[in-house]
Design a protein around this ligand. Structure first.
Ligand code: ARG
Length: 647
């Protein structure tokens, strides 16, 4: 008779066993860990190695034909025979087990296949019971896995970080998408996540902007569309200050020539000084000085720009399911923190004076990799601070404020040098305990991103264009289009999925071409394809019209076809994929998994029909599809997508 073994029993047994052998995982959250646990305990006496070591080396496989788990025998470093012989011997000696087929040796690799019936009985009920939590493993983020009362680790994910009054460019788009995903990923692993936006909200451009507002500003427009309006007046004032600066530059060149020819420079010099004094840029500088000196009136203007921009940003981020816990920014690093950072640099002998400014010269370092980071300014000769110095001050501030265990910066690879300088300088200035906790998650460029209406001003422009494109694609199918309740909103959701999936499909570091047509297609590995897969599963559920009770009481032993079994094998590996993604920090790890799963689904529909099948078979298959839908849903949510039910 088949073993009587409910999922809960198997899980609690495995958990107890895992604790006994000190296995670093919670099998209740990850069905594959149940097998790891079993295998490592079986192999420990055969190999003479601790079960924990074996557990860690049992890797998931790329394709199902290679088994469900692989053990590279050489990794165990067993003395004596050749690895191939060892693998063959271990396969031979492996004891019979109700949950596992006899392992096979493929060269030095031991391949394990899960027996299908127990697997199906373990996995499907687990998914149906855990629902949106399936795949999450809240124990991974614990400070101390053996003592949950010590609480979770804290991670700061800094992402998006646009500059007020400047265009929201592709780098910000990618940072937003990838950062949102990384935050969700860590939340699923039980970390306490702080989502942080580090705005470009400080610098002389705010002096420029405040003055521009006096000349070109409109209260009404500012309230209506703060981001657009600030951008417009910023462009307008740059049109004035640009030519002014050009003129000054030309005159300065002339002055140089006069000097070289040893001719009289006095008149020209006075003229230049006068031009500079009344220039737009100088006025901006003065205004910014007021800001830096804490002039309340000036600050009030700046604060309004910032607050209004943030509320507008929030609306757009909400469309992407993103909410921030903290809007930090370059403005938020207090003067005393900058001074403190400069003092620490000086005391550690890292900084030096150079032409009135303060620099850090890393080329003097002995380490080749540090040398490469070059020289960098930390304080200008007029005493004003810099991007890098603010980042140093801000990192220490975040540590003091949030006591984070880890901090991820999601920033374009164009700023690799900046970030690596920042991390290294933090370390060398005596803040190694902070720099050790910092991680850069970088990414490549988006090529050819522009909206139909010209340059990209804000994320909304991109989303509007993609939504329009998607609406066009949907309209091509008259029949379906007429059934969609709210086509505009659906087009919007699909458009957002299209952009996000295109962005996360490849390895982060790769550049990609922004192609409206490609990303909006239903063919190929696109956002709309994933959405379609989800909507199709929802449609099957609607047509089958079974109650939750009927589905939960299904006789799962009826799922015998290889299509069904293979699908379950893939569903079983979802929590393992999440764990793997925590190592790669690559959204493509999740997307590749979801595409593999949805491709299998597409080829299953003809073989595993629900409607029209015998009642019992119908229930069993529906349980399988519902489990698949749940996993697809969980994966999409983690990526930041909104799964649609109809389209
Ligand atoms: N605002 C910056 C930019 O648009 C990105 C900020 C990245 N974060 C940081 N801590 N430096 O280029």
């Amino acid at each position: 008779p088949p073993q009587k073994c409910s999922f809960a029993m198997a899980a609690s047994q495995a958990l107890a066993d895992a604790q006994r052998v000190g296995a670093p995982a919670d099998p209740y959250n990850n069905p594959v860990d149940l097998y790891r646990d079993q295998i490592s305990r079986d192999l420990a006496p055969l190999t003479g190695k601790p079960a924990g070591d074996i557990f860690d080396r049992l890797a998931y496989t790329q394709t199902l034909d290679k088994g469900d788990l692989n053990l590279p025998v050489p990794a165990l470093r067993i003395q004596g025979k050749k690895p191939n012989e060892q693998a063959a011997e271990l396969a031979e000696k492996y004891p019979d087990n109700p949950a596992l087929e006899k392992p096979t040796a493929n060269g030095p690799i031991l391949q394990f296949f899960f027996k299908s019936e127990p697997l199906v009985r373990l996995v499907i009920p687990s998914i149906l019971q855990k629902k949106q939590h399936y795949g999450n493993n809240y124990t991974l983020g614990l400070k101390d896995p053996s003592d949950p009362s010590k609480g979770a680790k804290t991670i700061i994910v800094e992402f998006s970080s646009p500059n007020i009054a400047k265009p929201f460019h592709a780098g910000h788009l990618r940072s937003t998408i990838i950062g949102g995903f990384l935050a969700n990923l860590h939340e699923a692993a039980g970390w306490k996540v702080i989502r942080m936006n580090y705005l470009g909200d400080w610098g002389r451009q705010f002096g420029l902007l405040a003055n521009a507002f006096e000349t070109y500003g409109s209260e009404e427009k500012l309230k209506q569309d703060p981001i657009g309006h600030l951008f417009d007046i910023y462009v307008a004032i740059n049109k004035v200050s640009g030519p002014e600066e050009d003129e000054i530059k030309t005159k300065q060149e002339q002055l140089k020539q006069l000097e070289e020819r040893k001719e009289d420079t006095a008149t020209l010099a006075t003229e230049i000084a006068a031009l500079q004094a009344k220039s737009t840029n100088e006025k901006a500088r003065q205004y910014f000085k007021r800001l830096e000196n804490g002039d309340e009136k000036a600050l009030a203007v700046w604060r309004r720009f910032r607050d209004l921009s943030i509320s507008r940003y929030e609306k757009t981020y909400a469309r992407l399911n993103i909410h921030y816990d903290v809007y930090s920014g370059e403005s938020q690093v207090e003067m005393w923190r900058l001074d403190r950072a400069c003092n620490e640099l000086e005391q550690s002998g890292l900084s030096e004076e150079s032409k009135g400014a303060i620099i850090v010269d890393l080329t003097k370092n002995k380490d080749k990799n540090v040398k490469k980071l070059g020289k960098t300014l930390v304080k200008k000769s007029d005493g004003s601070s810099l991007y890098l110095t603010r980042d140093l001050g801000e990192a220490v501030k975040r540590d003091e404020l949030y006591h984070f265990d880890k901090m991820i910066y999601v920033i374009s690879s164009q700023q690799d040098v900046h970030v690596n300088q920042m991390f290294k300088i933090l370390e060398l200035m005596g803040r190694k305990e902070i720099s050790d906790k910092c991680v850069l998650v970088n990414f490549g460029m988006v090529l050819g991103m522009s909206t139909r209406k010209g340059t990209v001003k804000f994320l909304d422009d991109i989303l509007r264009d993609v939504g329009d494109e998607m609406h066009g694609v949907m309209k091509k199918n008259d029949k379906k289009y007429s059934q969609v309740e709210n086509p505009e909103q659906t087009a919007d959701t699909l458009g957002i999925s299209a952009v996000m999936v295109q962005d996360m499909k490849g390895k982060r570091i790769n550049n990609y071409e922004f192609s409206l047509e490609q990303m909006c297609s239903f063919e190929g590995d696109t956002g709309p394809y994933l959405q379609y897969a989800h909507a199709r599963l929802c449609s099957i559920t609607r047509k089958a019209a079974l109650t939750a009770e009927e589905i939960n009481s299904a006789d799962l032993s009826l799922l015998k076809e290889s299509h069904a079994i293979n699908l379950v094998r893939v569903l079983a590996s979802w929590p393992d994929m999440v764990q793997q993604t925590l190592k790669t920090l690559e959204p493509t790890t999740v997307l590749t998994y979801l595409f593999k799963m949805t491709h299998m689904l597409s080829s299953s529909y003809d073989v595993l029909q629900v409607v029209g099948s015998e009642p019992e078979l119908k229930k069993a298959r529906m349980a399988l599809y519902e489990a698949a839908r749940q996993v697809l849903h969980n994966g999409m949510k983690m990526l930041g997508l909104n799964p649609v039910e109809r389209m």
